[in-house]
Design a binder for this molecule. Sequence first.
Ligand code: ZN
Length: 356
Amino acid sequence: MERRSFLSRSIAGGIALGGAPVLAPSPPAQAPAGRPSDLPSPLTPAAHANRSSGYSPFTTPDYYTYADNLVIERNNPGKPHQGKVLAAVQAHSDDIPLFAGGTVAKLIDEGYTGYLIRISNDEAAGRTLGYGVVQNEIDYQNVAKALGCKKAFSFYYRNHRMDDCAEIEIRARLIFLFRVLQVDTLIAMDPYNHYDENPDHLVAARAAEAACWMAGGGKDYPEHYKAGLKPAHVREKYYHARSPQGHNLVNRVVDVSSYIDHKVRGNVANKGKGPAGASGSRLRQELSRQGKKLPLLGNDDETANFQYVKHFLMDDWKLLGERFGLQYAEAFRYIGPQPNYSANIRKYVDQHAVRL
Ligand SMILES: [Zn+2]
């Protein structure tokens, strides 16, 4: 309860965006017997039955815990983020597309300049398809384009071995990039995602979180300043989680209904990774060899890939959206700008200083 209260205080003060009201989450439609009421609200069995696929190895919207003062972030008209810079940091090329691809596309459409930063080389991805690091890099660049990012960076640490890397080195490289790019806002995996079994996720998330703080100070890596760089003040963070968030409160649900096709295209571009890529065209070809077709998949490979991802793999974000009256949504623990203490002190001095 203390954590919940702390978060409630820290995000209080009207950060609902796009004129959106602060909404309480929908009450659970049906709570199984014996389930404590402060645990995540389950979706109804009917909602599960209506899913078009059983795909849910990653996100589980029914296991999220929602903050009392949850904010629904809706579309913001115009370009309110013009001039701001967004860094989407991920361990692997499918992390951001799956969990935050709609939000990245939305924020870029609203004015942000976006950069995608991948910490691993994804060497383990696509092996069964004959893929390697080079093809994964090509795919990764296409993911960045599909989401609207200006550029994609890769650090190339080995896949699933990041806990054997020096976290301090990953952090230092992120600090450098944050300062070079003058990052204002971060999207990354939640560094406190307790039940994530992938070691890379937590290492990357911790490095990104600390880099946000250290990039803004003058103490660390002062040689950057000798080289002409400026501090980067990363004031907003959107943290997404892969596993059940028993301890991590979701305090922001982003309406990505208008950007679901961007998200789908981002996942389709990830050919060697994750459940998306070219799965649709492979299924279409398999059916064709059997003298069958699935009308949903259309008549060409491109349509098949898009339709497969949109109709079979976006269920988790569709069900999450439905909880809040939206078509599609993504969930985050959002940390907004912190109070500017020195400005507040200066304001107080200006109001109260008297002549000697
Ligand atoms: Zn991953």
